[in-house]
Design a protein. Structure first.
Length: 111
């Protein structure tokens, strides 16, 4: 909650920050580079299991299946499509916020 209110900075990294970190890691040696690769792999696994209903994320489909089992009925294709649109919007907002943080961090570091 402190991150949402701006009292604490989130430690998220998007594609821009990732490129910067990989560049720095390659200069520090193979050990650092392998740590970055392991962190990216773990982050992707975690992100895949987030319960956001998107076609490519397993967590969203698991969430939908659990809700269908609890309600004992299957959602219509239209309801699933709406859930996917909401999930896509959430991921796009997250992408924009994280990328903005990456770019502003780079600008503060170099200017």
């Amino acid at each position: 909650m402190r991150v949402l209110t701006g009292k604490e900075k989130a430690d998220f990294m998007g594609p821009v920050g990732l490129v910067s970190e990989v560049g720095q890691a390659t200069q520090k040696g193979a050990g650092w580079f392998l740590q970055i690769i392991a962190a990216v792999s773990g982050s992707l696994a975690f992100f895949n299991l987030i319960p956001i209903p998107l076609p490519l994320l397993d967590g969203g489909w698991i969430m939908i299946l659990i809700i269908e089992k609890i309600l004992r009925r299957e959602f219509s294709q239209n309801q699933k499509a709406i859930a996917q649109m909401i999930g896509l919007a959430a991921v796009l907002v997250l992408f924009v916020v994280v990328t903005w943080g990456d770019i502003s961090g780079l600008l503060q570091r170099y200017f």
